[in-house]
Design a protein around this ligand. Structure first.
Ligand SMILES: O=P(O)(O)OC[C@H]1O[C@H](OP(=O)(O)OP(=O)(O)O)[C@H](O)[C@@H]1O
Ligand SMILES: O=c1cc[nH]c(=O)[nH]1
Ligand SMILES: [Mg+2]
Length: 216
């Protein structure tokens, strides 16, 4: 897996990540969602440089211009709930992409451990297409692993791109051998720790709750 950690280069992306983490600013759910969306836009722009391009002609009012345009068949898959604003960010840059939605939640056991439950999956065929799988938080990596396993019933993509906002070192390491070798991970930033409840530290808290409110 090739890992691209975007905050290794300073850019305006740092503002959006700082606001997502900030305990006061993150209380504004609309700004929180929009900041995740903006990070999705930046990450998908970077990812777009690694797609395949072919020559096409565009007719302007004054002549013909040869341009290089991406030609891959793309499928954008998001993990509910927190994946939704990130999904929108990628969708903003890929107008004709196909879409997939997969639910994943943590089912907690009495010993404090948890399993990932995948219940809902709506996806087109992935056969020979490029799968872009997005989830803002890569904590233990178990959600991405389970969702990818579930998506295998929809065909074999020729390439996988993972897009995430904040990862833990543990999670990034964990998923390395759970995806095909030619997978790329595009992630804004990676934090040192995970706590005993599987939350990224310092992270930002619970992305799904911050974007959409507390669930029972
Ligand atoms: O890497 P993992 O340890 O699997 O954790 C990451 C998962 O946790 C969050 O979802 P959550 O379970 O909080 O659901 P939500 O989006 O509905 O809040 C996040 O969006 C990931 O899907
Ligand atoms: O830190 C974490 C871990 C899982 N889910 C979140 O939203 N945040
Ligand atoms: Mg959550």
């Amino acid at each position: 897996m090739k890992i691209h950690i975007l905050d290794k280069t300073n850019s305006v992306l740092n503002n959006f990540i700082a606001e997502l983490r900030n305990i006061e600013i993150q209380k504004d759910a609309m700004r929180f969602r929009r900041n995740i969306e903006r990070v999705g836009e930046i990450l998908s722009y970077e990812m777009s440089k690694h797609l395949s391009y072919s020559r096409e002609e565009v007719e302007t009012p004054l002549g013909i211009k040869e341009v290089l345009l991406p030609h891959d068949e793309l499928v954008l898959g998001s993990i509910l709930r927190a994946g939704l604003p990130l999904h929108l960010g990628v969708l903003n840059y890929f107008d004709r992409i196909e879409n997939a939605f997969i639910s994943a939640y943590r089912s907690h056991k009495s010993d404090g451990d948890f399993d990932i439950v995948v219940e809902y999956l709506a996806a087109p065929s992935l056969e020979n297409k490029i799968l872009i799988l997005v989830d803002p938080m890569l904590a233990t990596g178990k959600s991405l692993e389970s969702v990818y396993e579930a998506l295998k019933s929809h065909g074999v993509p020729k390439e996988v791109h993972l897009i995430s906002v904040i990862g833990s070192k543990f999670g990034v390491d964990y998923i390395k051998d759970k995806f095909p070798e030619n997978t790329n991970l595009w992630i804004a930033t990676v934090d040192e720790d995970l706590n005993n409840r599987g939350y990224i530290v310092p992270g930002l808290g619970d992305a799904g709750d911050l974007a959409f409110g507390i669930k029972l």
